[in-house]
Design a protein around this ligand. Structure first.
Ligand code: TYM
Length: 335
């Protein structure tokens, strides 16, 4: 039987990030730093998903800048071009083509259940774009084109991964075994970092208030001011308690940047107050981001180098995607 599965070798990891807004510590703690720390022993592909970005309105000049910025940040955060292919989604047309084919297998009801769409479209009502509704089909195409085993993501992407598996299964049962079923890899801690201004909302690139998120490229002054201004409750004791979501969020960020155990952190702040925690946390984040920012500055001096890495990335992945698409077309009778 004609199948896209190949001999089991190193597991393939695929993940993506939208080049919209500023990349923040939620993206970093929930996804990027895991991509960077577990490259060895895997076959890694990381995608700058510019076609997903245009599901909301984008200024063309800004989008172009942000695509390169996102790629540069991934390399600055430790993605090693010798171990991982980084590429721009729209440079491989198979993504859009497979998304269309999957559209023709996905019932409306599956899409209507997507909570991220429901949240994002709430305000826009009838003006919401078809592309935003269809976002999960494109995401499924991204993943399925590459015989992906593992998809490391934050918790907000879990439902999209379930849809990806469902559509892969539907294709396989209709046309015969074609797609591998990918597994989500969601970190135990930091999978959902909350907004600093509102601990009931996920930290997001589109958060409109200036104190909502710490961005990876924020200056030390900006980080200090955002952390000092973070929402807290009126209780005193500093300890991990999910019932106190604002404090819990700050402590989780502290935990992830320091690598300390929870008991050690609680001991450190015993008898102390929010001001002490916030002061310390700001410095911990500044130090944690310093090497990423330093490397980012070095990399931006050489835009041609980043372009060459993206060309290298796309030339590794395009043949894989084209092979899968060809098989899919044959299976469904388009060739
Ligand atoms: P995006 O660009 O919103 O986010 C990139 C990654 O960061 C994670 N993330 C978070 N983790 C913890 N706390 C947060 N507050 C937080 N906010 C974001 C996301 O879960 C994600 O892992 N749809 C995807 C991009 C995508 C993709 C794919 C991912 C397109 N195709 C294929 C995996 C596989 C997205 O919008 O990510």
């Amino acid at each position: 039987m004609f199948t896209v599965m190949s001999e089991a070798k190193r597991k393939r990891v695929f993940s993506g990030i939208q080049p919209t807004g500023n990349i923040h510590i939620g993206n970093y703690l929930g996804a990027i730093r895991h991509w960077a720390s577990s490259q060895v022993g895997f076959d890694n592909i990381f995608c700058i998903v510019d076609l997903h970005a245009i599901t909301t309105s984008q200024d063309p000049r800004m989008l172009r800048t942000r695509i390169r910025q996102a790629a540069t940040l991934l390399f600055a955060a430790g993605i090693d071009p010798r171990l991982s292919a980084v590429f721009v989604q729209s440079h491989v047309s198979a993504h859009a083509e497979l998304a269309w084919i999957l559209n023709c297998l996905i019932p409306m009801g599956w899409m209507q259940r997507m909570t991220q769409f429901k949240e994002k479209s709430q305000k826009q009502k009838e003006r919401v774009l078809v592309g935003l509704f269809d976002y999960p089909a494109l995401m499924a195409a991204d993943i399925l084109l590459y015989e992906t085993d593992l998809v490391p993501v934050g918790e907000d992407q879990k439902q999209h991964l379930e849809l990806t598996r469902d559509v892969a299964q539907r294709f396989n049962s209709t046309y015969g075994l074609t797609f591998k079923l990918p597994e989500p890899v969601i970190p135990r801690k930091g999978a959902r970092i909350m907004g600093l201004d509102d601990p009931t909302k996920k930290m997001s690139k589109s958060g409109s208030r200036p104190g909502h998120a710490v961005y990876l490229l924020d200056s030390p002054e900006e980080i200090r001011s955002k952390i000092m201004g973070a929402t807290t409750d009126s209780l005193r004791e500093i300890h991990f308690d999910k019932g106190r979501p604002a404090l819990h969020n700050l402590l989780v960020i502290y935990e992830l940047f320091t690598g300390l155990r929870r008991a050690e952190i609680e001991a450190r702040f015993k008898g102390k107050g929010y001001i002490d925690l916030k002061r310390d946390l700001a410095e911990v984040i500044i130090e944690g981001l310093r090497p990423v920012q330093q490397r980012y500055r070095e990399l931006t001096m050489d835009a041609a180098y980043i372009d060459s890495l993206l060309v290298g990335g796309v030339s590794k992945v395009r043949p894989i995607a084209e092979k899968t698409l060809l098989i899919v077309k044959e299976k469904i009778g388009l060739r």
